[in-house]
Design a protein around this ligand. Structure first.
Ligand code: 5GP
Ligand code: MN
Length: 340
């Protein structure tokens, strides 16, 4: 792994050795990669005697991803336990941010993380890492996931990893690659192969990730493809999950995962956008085919970023658009301008 340098490994070891309390931090609306990578990191730290380790998140994960959480790891979710989370962070002398390129991806935790006197380590695979904010950074976009990056870091310590760590990393890599559909490298297959050989049950994992949804999700997917999909001659596609639709289908966090990918299966579609309405903004998910940059669109029109072909951002009601009804027009204009 040419992006994992020996000096970085040594300095990581030293930072860990010198720390008593370690905060392992993930991004807002945690996905499988954030949950898998932080869980694996915490399990590793606990196994080497760092007893004051916890995983911290700005908000709690959706039900369908909670199986990734380990019973052996303490988790603090700021939306559920604000005071405890903040107190833990104030006493942390090492902060490890995984699966995010900057502290601003942790929303409510950002000011505390920035103000912390603790040492800071970044381990991530997004574009434009905020290296200056960290004492040590492991960062490359040429890898499937933060979980894979952590896998190769941990493999420099040992030839084989304990099964619970392997399971968490396999879960993170599998969800971030959409089950080996994108951002897959030769190293990714090597990781999967080694983990299977070491006892990770991939079939059981796939059942938990992909065959364990509630009925409403399947019905919502059908509804959005029938009634909600807008196709533009420019090669853009978009769907808007209004609050009304979310209520009608009793949609919970995580249940629209995967929807934004579906329009890309149409030949002429190059860019797909999904808007999900919240109280004061729309959460924006963007996917593109090779040759079209989802991340540039996210930066230019939606205050966001991410990966070349999978990015996200926000559209603020009252700032970017006057009211929620104007979202259609904003998105169509963004797509048509961008794809011209
Ligand atoms: P998703 O569409 O699955 O929510 O996110 C896709 C990718 O875009 C993820 O890699 C995520 O890190 C990135 N992303 C999502 N939302 C934001 C955002 O608000 N800001 C930035 N910079 N990246 C985001
Ligand atoms: Mn990731």
């Amino acid at each position: 792994m040419d992006f994992i340098h020996q000096e970085s490994i040594l300095s990581f070891k030293e930072l860990v050795q010198n720390a008593a309390r370690v905060a392992v931090v993930g991004h807002t609306h945690p996905d499988g990669d954030a949950l898998g990578a932080t869980t694996a990191m915490a399990l590793h730290l606990l196994s080497i005697g760092k007893k004051e380790t916890a995983c911290l998140f700005p908000d709690s994960p959706g039900e369908n991803l909670q199986f990734i959480l380990s019973p052996d790891v303490p988790y603090l979710f700021h939306d559920r336990e604000a005071e405890k989370t903040e107190a833990f962070l104030r006493g942390a002398d090492l902060i490890i941010l995984l699966d995010a390129n900057a502290f601003n991806r942790t929303e409510d935790l950002e000011p505390l993380l920035e103000a912390s006197a603790g040492k800071k380590v970044l381990m991530d695979h997004h574009l434009n890492p905020d290296r200056d904010a960290f004492d040590l950074a492991f960062s490359t976009p040429d890898i499937s996931s933060a979980s894979e990056l952590l896998y190769w870091v941990l493999r420099t310590f040992s030839d084989s990893l304990p099964v619970p760590i392997g399971e968490a990393l396999m879960a993170g890599m599998t969800t971030d690659t959409n089950n080996f559909a994108n951002s897959v490298y030769p190293s990714t297959f090597r990781m999967a192969s080694e983990l299977m050989a070491s006892g990770v049950d991939r079939d059981a994992l796939l059942q938990k990730i992909y065959n364990n949804y509630r009925e409403n999700r399947v019905r919502l997917m059908g509804y959005m493809q029938n009634e909600g999909l807008r196709l533009l001659p420019s090669g853009g596609a978009y769907m808007i999950l209004t609050r009304e639709i979310q209520q009608r289908f009793d949609l919970r966090e995580g249940e629209s995962e995967g929807l934004v990918n579906i329009p890309l299966t149409i030949g002429q579609v190059r860019l797909s956008i999904l808007l999900k309405e919240t109280e004061d903004h729309f959460r924006v998910s963007i996917r593109s085919k090779k040759g079209t940059s989802a991340q540039e669109l996210a930066r230019r029109f939606f205050h966001g970023g991410g990966h070349e072909n999978a990015s996200g951002g926000k559209l603020f009601i009252g700032r970017d658009i006057a009211s929620a009804r104007e979202a259609d027009g904003y998105v169509e204009n963004a797509l048509n301008t961008f794809l011209k």
